[in-house]
Design a protein around this ligand. Structure first.
Ligand SMILES: Cc1ncc(COP(=O)(O)O)c(C=O)c1O
Length: 299
């Protein structure tokens, strides 16, 4: 019997039809046998849960996004040519730029919405090295550099997973209300949210997604100075670079998350100087909208 996402999330990847005889142990549960020496049971359980939610066969968890990037990049061999989507996370750029600077790899950043950019060397097709494709190597690499999340982190993540769908629902609703509000605001130049009809990829998003996220970006009238003033005035939102959490957060990309990129690269990647990125939390949308309004008006 196939179960829906919500049921799979609550059951943490276990078969909901099976009688549970044993409550999962909590944290300090390192496994130490001949096969696996540095895994832990909470990690394996979390991986099983995420694989189930994604309808995937396997999943590997890492202690952080950067740990995942470092671990996976170990499988790009010296002399390989790596092609990255040009809007990858800036830490991925830093990591690969460093390796390229050491002469180890060639890198290209490309807009991969056009697949023909992969035809290097006069049209010959691109081949992915076998080492990179072997899933066992991904696991070996994470173990070799100790890129293993702790049992406590995995336990907490697994516990949070059980309410993911409830939080996502509010995140999505609030995000949509905020996007609509901003679109009608006189001090806002442009709003970017795939749920809005004005978004250039609205139709594509409707085809690919079952709902829209609570990430909303907008361009404030008055340039970078207006963005700085907005950040000083906002109260309910926290000024922070993270995203997808339960508190609403605000990021000014040109001076925060995208600041490691040069002004030219930011322009190429269409990150304007007056861009503000919001990660909408699960507070009452009326409070978020009132806060945004006062920060935008500056009264
Ligand atoms: C796409 C992406 N990859 C990787 C990272 C890095 O994750 P971490 O901060 O957990 O190292 C981030 C962080 O925001 C990200 O957005």
């Amino acid at each position: 019997m196939d179960f829906e996402f919500e049921t799979r999330a609550v059951h943490g990847g276990d078969d909901p039809q099976k009688r549970k005889t044993k409550k999962p142990s909590v944290i300090l549960d390192s496994i130490d046998d001949e096969e696996i020496t540095i895994e832990n049971e909470s990690k394996l359980r979390l991986e099983k849960c995420i694989a189930s939610l994604e309808k995937a066969k396997y999943c590997l968890c890492y202690p952080s996004g950067t740990a995942a990037i470092t671990s996976i990049s170990m499988l790009i061999g010296d002399g390989d040519h790596a092609v990255f989507f040009d809007s990858v996370y800036h830490g991925t750029r830093t990591n690969s730029d460093l390796r390229a600077a050491c002469g180890a790899i060639d890198i290209t950043f490309a807009d991969l919405r056009d697949a023909s950019v992969l035809d290097f060397n006069g049209g010959s097709s691109t081949k992915t090295p076998k080492n990179f494709l072997n899933p066992q190597n991904w696991e070996k690499a994470s173990q070799a550099i100790g890129s293993i999340p702790s049992p406590l982190d995995c336990y907490l993540c697994l516990r949070g997973m059980k309410t993911l769908h409830l939080r996502m629902e509010r995140h999505k609703e609030n995000g949509f209300q905020v996007a609509r509000f901003l679109e009608s605001h006189p001090n806002v130049e442009k709003v970017l949210h795939p749920g809005l009809e004005s978004h250039p990829q609205h139709d594509l998003a409707k085809k690919q997604c079952t709902g829209f996220s609570g990430m909303v970006s907008f361009c404030i009238k008055g340039g970078i100075e207006a963005a700085r003033e907005f950040a000083k005035r906002i109260k309910v939102f926290t000024l922070a670079v993270s995203l997808g959490t339960i508190e609403s957060l605000v990021d000014i990309p040109p001076i925060m998350t995208a600041s490691p990129l040069s002004k030219e690269t930011r322009a190429e990647l269409e990150i304007p100087e007056n861009l503000i990125r919001l990660s909408i939390g699960i507070e009452d949308a009326r409070d978020l909208i009132a806060d945004l309004d006062q920060a935008l008006r500056g009264e």
